[in-house]
Design a protein around this ligand. Structure first.
Ligand SMILES: Nc1ncnc2c1ncn2[C@@H]1O[C@H](COP(=O)(O)OP(=O)(O)OP(=O)(O)O)[C@@H](O)[C@H]1O
Ligand SMILES: [Mg+2]
Length: 495
């Protein structure tokens, strides 16, 4: 069974802000579509309308030839349409299996049929390659594992039209590969898939056709085989995009060491890790998901326990007790989990920006004029797209939330900056802006540490890249040694 869909002059307004302007296009059954567009183009909003999470303000949505108006995601699911959210949507305090069956519990008589649910969950988890006990609480999972739970959960619903909103943003290459195999199987069964991603190489690999949106409008569509990645980028941005990576800023041979880490251990995650990063240096961290990169830095800033070793900033030994303390001493870490730790999504943009530097704005009463000015500056520096400066962070598109998180963590003007997956979910144009920004920060004499799963990004940006494997720092490669093959070999231990 397969579904055709047609959008006809779809409009969407949030209060006074119009985000979709008469979008019209059709989706044929059994094909994989790549939905492309810059951050804030309206991709997620349009797909939320299709999946019953939002109502269109005007226009007609037809499914299987008949006009529909879904009141809820349950209505859409009943019609065979399932959305895997960009911003993970799981209940942290519930287990994997409880999340997967939330609102769709299997029963035997009046009782929950827990063994049946656990078994069905195990099958789907196995399909997506997550080997965890289904009774594990979601709060104990890392981001990539949560993403796999979301996908497994969608698989349970047996969708005829499946929308994946940046499903691979947090996945490893192996997990991504498995997901693509799963998509190919679904396609063979006639399932229509809408695949939203900023990773154009993946779009090129898995989709049959691309559909491009810009500023809330449909721009064009084309068979994937007929467009190059470069053309995709240009279509999204509406202008020529060139040289993604700026020239690396020169690094003086006598640049002083800004951060020195010696023999640090984070129980369960990292052992005997030592490295030094100089002022003006861009230093990368490569490794597989679970290698302990994030946890190492969480240990360094006091989110996790450190049991051995020492940390020195500008030659002075420090012992950060918590992120705030680390920040005061000049070490700032921007979390990969922007929804969980990066931003307060229910707070205003301005309050997010100035949260860590309130003392600058209180003399002694809060100077909200100055705060607003700082926000205007950040919105322009970081290219944050928002219809309304007074809105809450939740209302920004995924990529724009990432830019706001960057602006927030750089606002205190740290000496050493650790950026964990800084371009996840960010569109090509904005990625390039972030790369230039990273180099500017280094050129100004800061030490910048970039943790990334995109090897191309590490190679394009960094002076040196450290590789972690199973909690140990196994290699550090200099500019002339940086290749994808070498990084992969060290990360997987096949060197
Ligand atoms: N609940 C809301 N209230 C107000 N504005 C909103 C709301 N949800 C989305 N928007 C706005 O709608 C526009 C489109 O957002 P959307 O999330 O659809 O973009 P996107 O194409 O998915 O971007 P990204 O690539 O960053 O995920 C954005 O300007 C966003 O700020
Ligand atoms: Mg989106």
């Amino acid at each position: 069974m397969s579904l055709s869909v047609s959008f006809d002059a779809i409009e969407k307004q949030f209060g006074p802000v119009r985000v979709l302007h008469g979008v019209s296009f059709d989706l044929a059954p059994g094909r994989i579509y790549g939905l492309l567009g810059e951050n804030g183009a309206g991709k997620s909003t349009l797909m939320k309308i299709l999946a019953g999470y939002e109502r269109a303000t005007a226009g007609t949505l037809s499914v299987g030839g008949a006009p529909v108006a879904f009141d809820s995601s349950r209505d859409a699911e009943a019609a065979g349409i399932v959305l895997i959210h960009q911003e993970l949507n799981l209940a942290d305090h519930l287990s994997i299996v409880q999340n997967m069956f939330l609102g769709h519990e299997k029963r035997r008589g009046f009782l929950l049929d827990e063994p049946a649910m656990r078994e069905a969950a195990r099958v789907r988890l196995n399909d997506v390659g997550l080997h965890k006990n289904p009774d594990t609480k979601v709060r104990d999972l890392i981001v990539a594992e949560k993403q796999l739970v979301e996908i497994a959960k969608a698989m349970l619903r047996e969708a005829r039209l499946l929308i994946m909103d940046e499903p691979t943003a947090t996945l490893t290459p192996a997990e991504t590969q498995r997901l693509f195999a799963l998509m190919a199987r679904l396609k063979e069964d006639g399932v229509t898939i809408v695949y939203i991603s900023h990773k154009l190489d993946e779009v090129e690999r898995v989709t049959d056709e691309i559909i491009v949106m810009r500023d809330g409008r449909f721009v064009t569509r084309a068979p994937t085989a007929e467009v190059t990645r470069h053309q995709m980028a240009n279509l999204m941005v509406g202008r020529e995009v060139s040289d993604m990576f700026p020239a690396k800023p020169p690094l003086a041979a006598d640049a002083p060491v800004a951060l020195k880490v010696d023999g640090v251990a984070v129980p369960g995650w990292a052992r005997n890790v030592s490295f030094a990063v100089r002022a003006g240096e861009v230093f990368g961290f490569a490794g597989l998901v679970g290698a302990g990169r994030t946890e190492l830095f969480e240990g360094l800033i006091g989110v996790r326990a450190r049991t051995a070793g020492s940390i020195a900033l500008d030659g002075r030994t420090v012992n950060p007790r918590n992120p705030r303390d680390a920040m005061k001493r000049g070490l700032t870490y921007l979390s990969e989990d922007r929804k969980g730790r990066g931003l307060h999504v229910d707070m205003a943009l301005k309050d997010n920006l100035t949260l860590m530097t309130l003392e600058r704005y209180a003399h002694p009463f809060l100077d909200s004029g100055a705060e607003r000015e700082a926000l205007r500056q950040a919105v322009s520096d970081f290219g944050i797209r928002t219809g309304n400066l007074a809105s809450r962070a939740r209302m920004l598109s995924g990529g724009n939330q990432q830019k706001l998180a960057l602006a927030k963590f750089l606002h205190p003007d740290p000496r050493v900056i650790v950026l964990d997956e800084p371009t996840r979910g960010v569109d090509v144009g904005a990625k390039r802006d972030i790369y230039f920004l990273i180099h500017r920060l280094a050129a100004e004499g800061r030490a910048v540490i970039v943790i990334s799963s995109e090897l191309i990004e590490l190679i394009g940006l960094c002076h040196r890249v450290a590789v972690m494997r199973a909690g140990e720092l196994v290699a550090t490669l200099g500019i002339e040694q940086l290749t994808e093959e070498r990084l992969i070999a060290h990360a997987t231990g096949t060197h």
